[in-house]
Structures are given as structure tokens and as C-alpha cells.
Design a protein around this ligand. Structure first.
Ligand SMILES: Cc1ncc(C[n+]2csc(CCOP(=O)(O)OP(=O)(O)O)c2C)c(N)n1
Ligand SMILES: [Mg+2]
Length: 485
């Protein structure tokens, strides 16, 4: 397990945070569009997440047991791109300079299939934090199957959500489910900056978000989001809390350090302007030039990447132990990680297709049981409609707090969250997820549905069972379309 790294000197921390802030500001300024204020405000928090806890190996962005980082407020994308660049992912400075340009790997909002290190597409507020709940559950479900043999699924999901994320109803549904399931591997910051596009949050938002999440069953802390000691202490406590998801309510100031834009909604969605940037850089002692990364800041991240490489090597040893143990666990692990689907699935299903007329959902139920028997990756559930959708996988328990070995998820009457949850599972490893409800209520899932089902390689909307039939391959990775290579 990767531990917090050696303390970094306070002046170097400050310099690194300024570097993150200025990369984001410079990117937005060069593009002449984007969101500079929020990356500035969140730089300290993100720096602490990446350098203190987040376990990642930039040389292998898909390492299955990496910790995930989800920027639910996708409009602050330049923050994520700056972090990925510094962390050593395949995102060169040239790409930061091409922010929001056609064909760049730095689109206005982060796209999962486009940029290494972007764990899930974000932008529609509320979706990212709800995806993160599905990701955290998926990691626990995988762990429940194998960790006793060897600890191969131990990752945590870190993220940041903004006021907009917290106002959107979907985050409430997902938060409620995460609290119910006791997802202790989920750690989110709430960027409590009291600003949205139209002005102060007091225009439309007055509840105590922290108390709401406490009521959901989360472990909640409240901090000054610019104070590194407080951020570190809260992060350490959140990571140590294994029985509940954690929310760290961080009071921040949008565009902190900007003499004329700090705490103003004007810093949300427009470039700060050359003169304002000059004043900021002068005030914080940053170089006047754009897109500068000092060597000692690079060295901090290089050291962190080295720690990540070591953690990755440790995980490979655990994986070798699992594979070396042989037997059912090793075989199941291989099938899950490959999301294996038999090439003759269709023929197998035709064999059990009921001959008698019945409701389509009754036929579907019969077929699904057969799919479940042939495809161990299949997992999911319904939004409280099991007797009607007939999707409960027989012979497997339901996922519950502290019990993640089952394949059935009771989503409760939460269609919005169900859609985002299964999308979160889809970008995780091991499972081919499904959700179910009445067709008319599937309208509640429409935003999540729009974002699902794209090929992870070429982003076309065709996915697999049919691809294996088309390509004639014995098995195929479920999340690729089979046409792109
Ligand atoms: C579902 C959805 N509705 C609307 C928007 C457009 N939008 C982008 S950011 C934002 C709100 C900004 O406020 P906040 O979330 O607090 O972010 P901050 O300005 O503090 O960075 C809105 C309404 C969106 N991205 N997603
Ligand atoms: Mg805000």
C-alpha cells in the first residue's frame, strides 16, 4: 500500500500549487475560453490528493488497481490537464497549449476515451460523482471475489464536486446509495466556493450540504480548502475511514490570489485577461512567461511517479500470487478482467429461448439467467422492480454494506443514480453492468444513457456481444466495438 510521501518543504508546495494554477490560467487565456477561477481555487486540494494519497503509475494509466481521480466539475478541466501533465501522463505541454482546439487531447470538458488519465467523461454536473459511486462499488465487488487470495482490488476513488454537482438531484440519489452501501473507498471534496454562474449560491441554494451527507451516512469533515495542514489531516482521516464514504466540505475562494476577480462569478467561465494575469503572477512571484514548470516542481511529481511504479510492482506480485494459486479464483479473475463473452453466446441463448408465448420481460428473464451463467462479468439490478423486470441473477446474493461478493445491486427507486452507477462500473474493471426499470421510467436515466455504451477505443456507440459474432473472435473485450482494431 502506498503511504503518504515524505513531507515536501512548504515553499516548494507553494511553488507547485502556483505552477498548477498558472498552467490552468495560461491554458484558458491562450484558448480565449474556459474556466480559470475554479482550477486556481482547487489547486491546493488536487496537489495534496496527487502527492499524498493517489496511487497511480503514469506509465500504465489503465493499471487495474490504480486509485481513480474524478473531477466531477468537468468545466474545471484545465486543472485536470495540468495535473495529468505534471504527473507524467502522456499529455505533453503542447496539448496544454492546444486547450479547446479541434482535435486536441484537451477538450473543454474531459473525455474518457480521448485523454490518458481521464477516468470518466465529466461536464454534465452531478454525473461524475454518481459515476464515482459505481466505480467505488465495482472495485469492492472485484475485491470481494479475490482479495482473500491476494489483495488485487484495493483502489480508492478520489474526486471533487462543485456546487452545481451538489445541486443536481442525481448526486443526492448516488450519495444516498453510497452511504447505504458504506463505500469507505470513496473520498470526495465538495468545493464550497459559494459561487455559481449567475452569482452567489444564496440565489438558489441554502441547505447545509455537509449535514445532508451526514444524514446519508457519510463521514463529513469541514476545512479551509487553501490550508494544506487541514487538507492533509482531512484526507488522512477520510482514507482511514473504511466503513463510510467521506465528504470533505472545503471552503475555497474562486480565483484565489486574483486582485480583481477573486470570489467573483466572473472568474467562473471567462479568461482572466492579460493584465489580471500579470498582476497575479507578480503578486505570487511566478515567472511572467506562460506555461512554465520549474525543475524542482517537476521533481516532486517524478518522485511521486516513482512511488507509483513501486506500488504497481507490488500489485503485480499480488496478481502473480493469485494467478499462481490457480483454481477457480484465478480462472474467474481472468474471465472477469477480459470481460469474456463466449463467441457462441447467441446460439446458447437461442437454445433456451422459451417456445411458448409470454410477456417479453418473462422471456428476457429466462435469457438473462442463461447469460448470467455463461458470462460471470454480468452484474447489475433494477430500481426496485425485480419482480417486474425479472433481472435478479439467481443463485447470487445482493450487494450490501460489507458484502460485495454478489452480482445483484438493489438500486432502490433511484433511476438517475442507477444509470450513472452502471456507467461507473463500465469504466471500471471486471463487470458488464446493467440496470433495469420500466421503459417509461428509463427517461429518468436519459442523461446517463446518452453517455453510455461507447466503444472505449474509438468511441463509436457499437459494443460487443454482436462484435464477437461479427469478428468471429472467441472472446472479445466487452467495451470495444470490434471494428476499430
Ligand atoms: C447538468 C448541467 N447543467 C448546467 C451546466 C452548465 N454549467 C457549467 S458550470 C455551472 C455551475 C457553476 O457553478 P459551480 O458548479 O459551483 O462551479 P464553480 O463556478 O464554482 O466552478 C453550470 C450551470 C452543466 N455543466 N451541467
Ligand atoms: Mg461553485
Amino acid at each position: 500500500m502506498q503511504q503518504p510521501q515524505q513531507p515536501i518543504a512548504a515553499d516548494l508546495v507553494k511553488k507547485a500549487v502556483h505552477t498548477i494554477q498558472m498552467l490552468a490560467v495560461d491554458g484558458v487565456e491562450k484558448a480565449k475560453s474556459g474556466h480559470p477561477g475554479t482550477p486556481m481555487a482547487l489547486a491546493a486540494i488536487t496537489f495534496e490528493i496527487f502527492t499524498r494519497h493517489l496511487r497511480y503509475d503514469p506509465a500504465d494509466p489503465k493499471w487495474p488497481d490504480r486509485d481513480r481521480f474524478v473531477l466531477s466539475c468537468g468545466h474545471a478541466s484545465m486543472l485536470l490537464y495540468s495535473m495529468l501533465h505534471l504527473a507524467g501522463y502522456d499529455l505533453p505541454m503542447e496539448e496544454l497549449k492546444r486547450f479547446r482546439q479541434l482535435g486536441s487531447r484537451t477538450p473543454g470538458h474531459p473525455e474518457h476515451f480521448m485523454t490518458a488519465g481521464v477516468e470518466v467523461t465529466t461536464g454534465p454536473l452531478g454525473q461524475g460523482i454518481a459515476n464515482a459511486v459505481g466505480m467505488a462499488a465495482s472495485i469492492k465487488m472485484l475485491g470481494a471475489r479475490f482479495n482473500e487470495v491476494a489483495p488485487i482490488s484495493t483502489a480508492r476513488v478520489f474526486g471533487i464536486a462543485s456546487d452545481g454537482d451538489m445541486m443536481e438531484g442525481i448526486s443526492g440519489e448516488a450519495g444516498s446509495l453510497a452511504g447505504h452501501l458504506g463505500l469507505g473507498n470513496l473520498v470526495f471534496f465538495y468545493d464550497d466556493n459559494k459561487i455559481t454562474i449567475d452569482g452567489g449560491t444564496d440565489l438558489a441554494f441554502s441547505e447545509d450540504v455537509g449535514r445532508r451527507y451526514e444524514a446519508y451516512g457519510w463521514h463529513v469533515q469541514r476545512i479551509d480548502g487553501h490550508d494544506h495542514d487541514q487538507i492533509r489531516a482531512a484526507l488522512d482521516a477520510a482514507v482511514a475511514e473504511e466503513g463510510r464514504p467521506s465528504l470533505i466540505v472545503a471552503r475555497t475562494h474562486i480565483a484565489i490570489g486574483s486582485p480583481n476577480k477573486q470570489d467573483s462569478h466572473k472568474a467562473h467561465g471567462e479568461p482572466l485577461g492579460e493584465e489580471e494575469i500579470r498582476l497575479i503572477k507578480q503578486a505570487i512571484g511566478a515567472p511572467a512567461e506562460s506555461f512554465v514548470v520549474p525543475d524542482d516542481v517537476r521533481a516532486v511529481f517524478a518522485a511521486r511517479a516513482e512511488e507509483g511504479r513501486r506500488a504497481h510492482a507490488g500489485w503485480k506480485e499480488a496478481l502473480a500470487r493469485l494467478e499462481g494459486a490457480g483454481g477457480e479464483a484465478a480462472a474467474l479473475h481472468k474471465r472477469l478482467m477480459g470481460r469474456e463473452v463466449p463467441a457462441d453466446l447467441l446460439e446458447e441463448l437461442v437454445k433456451v429461448a422459451p417456445a411458448k408465448d409470454a410477456a417479453t420481460r418473462a422471456h428476457s428473464g429466462v435469457i438473462e439467467q442463461r447469460v448470467a451463467a455463461l458470462v460471470p462479468s454480468l452484474a447489475g439490478g433494477s430500481a426496485d422492480l425485480n419482480p417486474s423486470t425479472k433481472t435478479y441473477i439467481e443463485g447470487s446474493p445482493a450487494v450490501a454494506r460489507g458484502k460485495f461478493e454478489g452480482r445483484n445491486v438493489h438500486f432502490g427507486i433511484r433511476e438517475h443514480a442507477m444509470g450513472a452507477f452502471v456507467n461507473g462500473m463500465a469504466v471500471s474493471d471486471g463487470f458488464i453492468p446493467f440496470g433495469s426499470t420500466f421503459l417509461v421510467f428509463s427517461d429518468y436515466m436519459r442523461p446517463a444513457t446518452r453517455r453510455s455504451g461507447t466503444c472505449s477505443r474509438c468511441s463509436s456507440s457499437r459494443t460487443t456481444a454482436s462484435s464477437s459474432a461479427r469478428t468471429g473472435r472467441r472472446t472479445s473485450r466487452w467495451s470495444t466495438c470490434g471494428r476499430c482494431g
